[in-house]
Structure formats: structure tokens, C-alpha cells
Design a protein around this ligand. Structure first.
Ligand code: NAG
Ligand code: NAG
Ligand code: NAG
Ligand code: NAG
Ligand code: NAG
Ligand code: NAG
Ligand code: NAG
Ligand code: NAG
Ligand code: NAG
Ligand code: NAG
Ligand code: NAG
Length: 491
């Protein structure tokens, strides 16, 4: 993406048009989501006649394979929340085209870029399809749940205890750069898949792996006592140092995992404390831009104009997993609704370009279209807007909003799975936050996905504080504090 400062400044003249969106109206949210989805799908062409079979379902180069899986996941949610079936044939075709010869999202054509995180994003799409009863691809094709379980069953054997006491590597194949990097996105996505499979199937194996992944990430310090979530660490130095860059999709992957376990255990104190801690850190690190309170921004790259194609899309997953967290941990709903609503309002101004008035820029905090459009940016905007549907106040579900049904936003569980109070086996707890802002962590540049880290932990507004106060009521948990004291020194 070529960045021309003058063009950007010119583009920032207050928009005369903007995306048509009333954040309090389900029909309006659906219409706006529909415009954004249509614009996004205009980039997609690997379903056309004559496309080599191995390319069907992928995005045009230079975008990587993983991002297509991530996009289809967002579009499964689009269907689930809006009931617009327009793209279902395309979604189904794409999700089936990339399963690979072993029905586990390892297609040989993409081995050169295939990391654990990449494979996981396709599994997350299949999981959403299972949880929302997305139409079956047909009896002879791999079913959604089976695909997600198959990915899990390729990943747990990759858990590697020779270094760092455990963890998944970023890459699967030694020939790929990043083979010695153990990072949060790979382990966090694995954790979320395990947590969602636990809630969906009730199978204890998934609970145990979710616990193991969480405990290892805690022990190695991939997040600290204040739940600041970092990029990753290097097994060549036995994970003794970290790349402290913070990306919005990492805490998002974690928080929807903790929310699933919170829900599956019918509200256990430990998973509640972790969910609350991750939410507070997310607000602090990604929703506290000066002058743009509660507007999601990618703090490690947007202010420096250094985001790459992957990173343009991260806000999609941040919005997606916060909305889903509000559904499974309803005590977080007021705070999350505040964040998602303010961000969607900003998106309407950022998506003010194109003949459709629905072409979106990158930065939502600038009050207009910043001239930087593309697939990742469009994905982020779509998921920010459709994420409003699961957090609409129940009153908006009244008959005046036509056929919208909040119930469609709730992920179901498989047959005979009950939500009940369950014993929590995970042993580690992060230090109870003290209430003082964490000092910015030191940085070791160079490793992992790069980018620059910045801390904005101090510039918190009144509205932001209020959102956190709503949560504050839920975090004073003696049992967790006691567990943290017992373990001591972690983080
Ligand atoms: C639907 O009804 C609710 C409750 O009466 C009201 O608050 C809301 O504004 C209405 N929404 C629309 C889009 O008319
Ligand atoms: C949604 O779009 C339809 C079709 O363009 C239009 O008739 C309707 O008025 C729109 N509704 C809202 C609430 O924007
Ligand atoms: C490809 O997908 C787009 C978006 O869903 C759709 O409009 C188009 O008809 C599809 N083309 C083919 C050949 O299936
Ligand atoms: C490597 O780190 C793990 C986990 O912290 C630790 O258990 C192990 O003893 C370390 N190994 C070496 C050789 O230092
Ligand atoms: C639980 O899940 C694991 C991993 O997919 C599987 O191997 C095992 O058979 C499952 N157990 C039951 C009882 O379904
Ligand atoms: C679990 O999620 C369901 C669906 O939203 C919700 O009704 C229930 O209250 C949640 N459980 C807890 C303990 O919050
Ligand atoms: C926020 O607004 C104030 C007052 O208009 C201005 O001085 C400041 O530079 C702005 N900060 C940012 C980060 O835009
Ligand atoms: C875009 O906005 C302009 C100005 O409000 C309006 O005239 C036009 O009809 C809009 N286009 C679409 C496709 O909504
Ligand atoms: C929402 O409205 C639909 C349609 O009227 C209804 O079936 C459903 O039970 C309502 N859900 C909630 C959570 O109120
Ligand atoms: C669910 O439980 C019922 C009653 O025990 C049983 O008949 C049925 O086979 C079970 N279904 C599955 C999928 O295990
Ligand atoms: C879930 O927790 C609530 C509140 O503590 C309790 O009333 C309810 O009985 C629990 N449900 C189950 C199935 O354990």
C-alpha cells in the first residue's frame, strides 16, 4: 500500500456522505452490514470458472491464505446474525475447497505459508458454522464440527515440551520462517478452539487442553499480571524474553476462550476474573486513543502508518470476539456495547467513500475516510458493524425490528451438553490487578510480526473509566487473589 500524506490530508475533509447506519436499529445495522459485505465480496473472484481448484476460496495475492479463512468466519457470522443467505453458496464452497486431502485445513498448495495460527483461523470459521447451525455442506462432505475437531487433533500433537516447558510453535514446517517462535496467536487460537469445543461437545479432553494452553501462556509470560497480551517468544532462548508488541487480535482470541469456559462452568470465579482482566486490558490498550475514546484502533501500527495487509484485518477479530464474549458472559455486555457502539459510529465516517458510500478506510479515529482502503480494512469495518447485532438491547428485539432474533446470535451446544457448575482445574491465576496502570513493558524489537509497540495506558477517559467501573464490581474475588498470592511472582 503506497501511502501519500497529501492525499490523506485532502481525504480527511469532513465527509458529506457516510455509511448509512443507526446503531440502535437492527434493520439499519443489517442494511449497513449488507452494504459492507457486498463491497468486501467484490474483491473475491477465485470462485470464477477456470480457477485452479487449489485456489478456490482464497484471496488475491499478496494476501495470505489465512486471511481468507478469517474472512469466511466473519461471513458465517454475517449470515448467522442477519439471516442474509446471499453468500452462503460462496462461503460453503470456499470452506470446503480448502480442507485439504485429510479434511483438516492443511492443503498442500499452501504449505509454504501454513502456520498453526493460519490453520486455526479456518477452524474458527468451521466452529462458528457448527455453533450457529449453518447449513451442512451435504452428507458426503466433511461436516463443520468434524473439521474443527480435526484441526484440534493435528495441533495438540504439536505441543512441544522440549523447550519453554510446552507451547505450540508459530510455524508447522521447519522450512518456514518463524519455526522457533512460540507466539500468542498460535497458542491463543488453539486455546480458543479447545474452549469452544469444550462448551460445544462437553468433552473433558478439550477442557484439559484449554487449561494446559492457558497455564503455559501464563507461566511463560505471554500476558502479564495486568493482562497486557504480548506477541510471542523465542524457543532458541527457552522463552526467556518476549516481543512485547500488542496486537488487538491476541487478547480477543483469549477473551472469547475465557468467556466460553466461564459460560461452560456456569460462571466460575476464575474464568470470570480472567475474562474481566482481559476486557480491562483491551479497553486500556485498544480503545483509549486520545480524543477517540472507545474507538478501536490498532495501537502498534496505525499511528505510525506501518500496518501490513494482515494487520489491517485485526480489528475484525477484536470486534467479533468481544461481541461473542458479551453473549456468553452477559455481565460484560454493558461495557462491550459501549465500545462496539462508539466504534461503529466512527466506522460510519471511515466508510464514506466509493459509489456505494461503503468503502472503508483504515483508521476509524480520524473522523473520515483516510484514503487507505482494501480487503482487511473492509473486513474490519464489516465485523465492527455486524458485531452490534448480538449486543443490541433486548428491547430492540421487539416486533418493530422485523424478524431480528437475538437468539440467533447465541452459539448453541451439541446434543446432550449441559451448562452447569463445574470444577475448574486450571491452576494458574494472574496477579490481581492493583488499579495502578502498568508501566510500559520493555521491548525487544525484531522478532515475530514486527511493528512498533506503544503504551497509552494513562490516557483513559471518563466514559472509558465508567465502562471499567461496571466491570470493577465483578473482579474483587478473594479466591483468585488468594490463588495469585500463593503462586506469587507470575507475570
Ligand atoms: C423498537 O422498540 C423499542 C422499544 O419500544 C424502541 O426503544 C426502539 O427505538 C424501537 N426501534 C426502532 C428501530 O423503531
Ligand atoms: C434497508 O434497505 C431497504 C432496501 O434498500 C430499504 O427499503 C429500507 O428502508 C432500509 N431500512 C433501513 C432501516 O435503513
Ligand atoms: C462468486 O461469488 C460471488 C459472491 O458471492 C457471487 O456473486 C458470484 O456469483 C460467484 N461466482 C460463481 C461463478 O459462483
Ligand atoms: C526452559 O524453560 C522451562 C519453562 O520455564 C523450564 O522448565 C526449563 O527448566 C528451562 N530449561 C532450561 C534448560 O533452562
Ligand atoms: C473427546 O475428544 C477427543 C479429541 O477430539 C477425542 O479423541 C475423544 O474420542 C473424545 N471423547 C469422546 C468421549 O467423545
Ligand atoms: C451463558 O450464555 C447464555 C447465552 O447467552 C446466557 O444466557 C447465560 O447467562 C450465560 N451464563 C452465564 C453464567 O453468564
Ligand atoms: C486532542 O484534542 C486536543 C484539543 O483539540 C488537541 O490539542 C490534541 O492534539 C488532540 N490529540 C490527538 C492525539 O489528536
Ligand atoms: C451516497 O450518498 C449520497 C449523498 O448522501 C447519496 O446521494 C447517494 O444516493 C448515496 N449512494 C448510495 C448508493 O447510497
Ligand atoms: C426476539 O424476537 C423473536 C421474534 O419476535 C422471538 O422469537 C424471540 O424469542 C425474541 N428473543 C428475545 C431474546 O427476546
Ligand atoms: C442424548 O440423550 C438421549 C437421552 O439420554 C439419548 O437418547 C440420545 O441418543 C443422546 N444423543 C446423543 C447424540 O448422544
Ligand atoms: C448456574 O448458576 C446459577 C447462579 O449461580 C444457579 O442459580 C443455577 O442453578 C446454575 N445452573 C446450573 C445448571 O448449575
Amino acid at each position: 500500500m503506497i501511502w501519500i500524506a497529501a492525499a490523506i490530508i485532502a481525504a480527511l475533509i469532513p465527509p458529506t456522505v457516510s455509511l448509512d447506519l443507526d446503531v440502535a436499529s437492527a434493520p439499519s445495522i443489517r442494511n449497513a452490514s449488507s452494504s459492507l459485505a457486498f463491497n468486501l465480496m467484490s474483491y473475491y473472484n477465485t470462485n470464477s470458472t477456470g480457477t485452479p481448484p487449489e485456489n478456490v476460496g482464497t484471496l488475491p495475492q499478496p494476501l495470505y491464505w489465512w486471511q481468507a479463512g478469517a474472512m469466511w468466519g466473519g461471513l458465517v457470522d454475517y449470515w448467522a446474525y442477519t439471516k442474509d443467505t446471499s453468500y452462503n453458496p460462496t462461503i460453503t464452497q470456499a470452506l470446503q475447497a480448502q480442507v485439504g486431502p485429510d479434511d483438516n485445513y492443511m492443503p498442500p498448495a499452501y504449505f509454504t505459508s501454513l502456520g498453526n495460527d493460519d490453520q486455526a483461523f479456518w477452524a474458527l470459521a468451521a466452529l462458528s458454522a457448527a455453533e450457529h447451525d449453518y447449513p451442512s455442506p451435504g452428507p458426503d462432505l466433511p461436516q463443520w464440527l468434524a473439521l474443527a475437531e480435526a484441526v484440534f487433533n493435528t495441533q495438540w500433537p504439536r505441543w512441544e515440551t522440549d523447550t519453554c516447558g510446552g507451547g505450540l510453535k508459530w510455524q508447522i514446517f521447519e522450512s518456514n520462517k518463524g519455526y522457533f517462535y512460540k507466539n500468542t496467536v498460535s497458542n491463543g487460537a488453539f486455546f480458543q478452539i479447545a474452549a469452544r469445543l469444550a462448551r460445544y461437545t462437553g468433552n473433558q479432553t478439550y477442557v484439559e487442553w484449554a487449561d494446559r494452553a492457558w497455564d503455559w501462556m501464563t507461566a511463560i509470560g505471554l500476558f502479564d499480571g495486568q493482562y497486557n497480551v504480548f506477541d510471542g517468544t523465542d524457543e532458541k532462548i527457552n522463552c526467556t524474553e518476549l516481543d512485547h508488541t500488542m496486537w488487538s487480535y491476541n487478547p480477543a482470541l483469549l477473551i472469547y476462550g475465557t468467556a466460553n469456559l466461564y459460560n461452560y462452568t456456569n460462571g466460575s470465579a476464575i474464568w470470570e476474573e480472567r475474562t474481566s482482566g482481559l476486557l480491562r486490558a483491551t479497553i486500556r490498550n485498544f480503545y483509549s486513543m486520545e480524543n477517540a475514546t472507545n474507538v478501536l484502533f490498532e495501537q502498534a501500527c496505525e499511528p505510525y502508518n506501518t500496518c501490513n495487509n494482515d494487520q489491517y484485518s485485526f480489528k475484525a477479530y477484536a470486534s467479533r470476539f468481544l461481541a461473542k464474549t458479551a453473549v456468553l458472559a452477559p455481565y460484560t455486555l454493558p461495557a462491550i456495547r459501549t465500545l462496539l457502539t462508539a466504534s461503529a459510529e466512527a466506522v460510519t465516517l471511515a466508510c464514506s467513500s466509493g459509489s456505494d458510500n461503503a468503502t472503508c478506510g483504515q483508521k476509524w479515529y480520524v473522523g473520515g475516510f483516510d484514503g487507505n482502503a482494501g480487503i482487511g480494512q473492509q473486513m474490519s469495518a464489516l465485523e465492527a458493524v455486524q458485531a452490534l447485532l448480538p449486543v443490541l438491547p433486548p428491547a430492540m428485539n421487539a416486533s418493530n425490528t422485523s424478524s431480528f432474533n437475538l437468539q440467533d446470535c447465541v452459539p448453541r451446544t451439541g446434543p446432550n451438553v449441559t451448562i452447569a457448575v463445574r470444577e475448574v482445574t486450571s491452576t494458574f491465576a494472574v496477579e490481581h490487578p492493583t488499579g495502578t496502570a502498568a508501566s510500559p513493558p520493555g521491548q525487544r524489537p525484531g522478532a515475530g510480526s514486527g511493528g512498533r509497540s506503544t503504551s497509552n495506558g494513562n490516557g483513559e477517559s471518563a466514559a472509558c473509566l465508567q465502562a471499567r467501573t461496571e466491570l470493577g464490581l465483578k473482579v474483587a474475588l478473594p479466591v483468585v487473589a488468594a490463588a495469585a498470592a500463593e503462586i506469587g511472582g507470575l507475570g
